[in-house]
Design a protein. Structure first.
Length: 294
């Protein structure tokens, strides 16, 4: 049975594409795209086999790519600070192994950090010191209920919205935790050419799925900006970031450093991107970044 669009709640969709991994629908109102038939992957309470498999994949990725994850986090922190200056109180929603906290401590040791992570498997893998700064609960609603309203001048959601069954509802809850004038940073994969990206993924990551496990929303720039504005937030900056500018993220997406070293096709394609301006000429990038103000 069709569901309402998770971005704008419209009830009218059309099929954007079908693949062996599932069907992606496109909302005819906001152009948001989502995979209705893969929502079970992100239900983390008493996880089904699919969710457990996703947790194992993410844990394996972290184990192989600790420095890669830290490089990604450093890039995020630099991007935010260059635009709006250093934050004092930071909340990260969907923090994983909290590498952004490490990056903040390197460059802004006075910043106060709180993380939220609802995956028990990821939370349990953290050391005790890091757990002390992270809130774990079975759902985002429960975790956010433990965070004071109007308390943060920066909230970070780094590669989180693509995993959420109801991203609009979560953004509304998250917005309430910002101080007046506080900023919300969002980064998601750029899916503006999803059909050819599926074919490219089959080429560079053979044997893998048609898209990443747990990804049920597929953002392009317009729908992401529309989603943010619909929550009463003002967009301060919106960027399409080329893969050539995010080498650590490319390594992670191709399975981590070990897998990347063995992936001759993936490495060759990435070197072409780094050596040319083809992404900028085509208007494409690997990630979308949006910084908004309450």
């Amino acid at each position: 049975m069709p569901q309402d669009c998770p971005f704008c709640y419209s009830a009218t969709q059309r099929v954007y594409c079908r693949a062996p991994s599932g069907t992606i629908l496109e909302c005819t109102a906001c152009r948001g795209r989502f995979a209705q038939d893969r929502r079970g992957e992100v239900l983390l309470e008493d996880p089904p086999a699919t969710s457990a498999a996703i947790n194992r994949q993410y844990l394996a990725s972290y184990a192989d790519a600790a420095e890669t994850e830290l490089d990604i986090a450093r890039n995020v922190v630099k991007f935010i600070v260059d635009l709006v200056g250093p934050p004092a109180k930071v909340l990260e929603v969907g923090c994983g192994h909290a590498e952004i906290e490490r990056a903040l401590q390197e460059s802004l040791p006075k910043a106060e950090y709180t993380g939220i992570e609802i995956s028990k498997a990821l939370f349990d893998s953290l050391n005790a010191g890091r757990k002390a700064r992270i809130i774990h609960a079975p759902t985002l609603e429960e975790a956010l209920a433990r965070v004071d309203d109007g308390n943060y001048d920066l909230i970070i959601m780094h590669h989180v919205l693509e995993h959420l069954p109801m991203p609009a509802a979560v953004l509304q809850m998250v917005k309430g935790k910002l101080r007046s004038g506080g900023r919300l940073f969002i980064e998601v994969p750029n899916e503006q050419w999803k059909r050819p990206l599926i074919l490219l993924r089959r080429l560079v990551k053979r044997g893998g799925d048609d898209w990443f496990p747990g990804h049920i929303n597929f953002f392009t720039r317009g729908p992401l900006e529309g989603l943010v504005r619909s929550q009463g937030l003002k967009i301060v900056a919106s960027r399409v970031v080329p893969a050539a500018d995010l080498p650590a993220l490319v390594v992670k997406m191709l399975g981590g450093p070990r897998a990347y070293r063995k992936n001759l096709v993936g490495r060759a394609l990435f070197e072409v991107l780094r050596a040319t301006r083809i992404e900028r000429l085509l208007g494409y990038g690997i990630s979308l970044r949006c910084l908004a103000q309450n």
